[in-house]
Design a protein. Sequence first.
Length: 239
Amino acid sequence: MTHKHILIVEDEQKIATLLKEYLEKAGYRATITGWGDQAVAHVRRSSPDLMLLDIMLPGMDGMAVCREVRKFSSLPIIMITAKVEEIDRLLGLEIGADDYVCKPFSPREVVARVKAVLRRSTAETVEKCLRLGPIALDDISHRVRVSGKELEVTPSEFRLLQVLMSQPGRVFSRDELLARVQGYDCEGYDRTIDSHIKNLRKKLTGLLPDQEIIVTVYGVGYKAIYGVDQNLLNKQQSV
């Protein structure tokens, strides 16, 4: 059995060592680096299965590392931050991170997050290929194409689009999307879904500038549509 490889990018040695010990007890293989610029080279060289990435790092900060890695890899990334401001946490998600944890944290919680992110990034679904208008989503290759052009998405963005496309027109609440995409429920994390939605809309608009694919249903959640929303058309005709 091949153990999943976790790259820990953390310059506080005690924290890095503690995380390594807990991850190895959980059956993972863990590697530590304390420098941001070395982390990018490490990802290119060894292709880890997931990266735990601290924001405050020497050489290159975590935000810059995340941006660089996202240029060539969809590697699942969990940000680690000591900052409590929500904007800092959301910024990590907007540049392509899949999740975040705040210091101080429980090592067991981090392991649970790692398991959840890895589970949803490798989960198999019954429907291997979904289509919505010009959008094609292939679960086997984890690729999304729009009008034949590949759309670069993170594992979390892929899973979110997959859930929405599985039932076009159905409204999913933030809590439901959180449970199905993140793999756990936690107070305050519904804003994580909002960040992923924002990123997906921006990417989709780049290839489909005149079409709204992900629609907000205020006070409820989100749904995926293409062309005329039949539910909305029915309501308009009944007025």
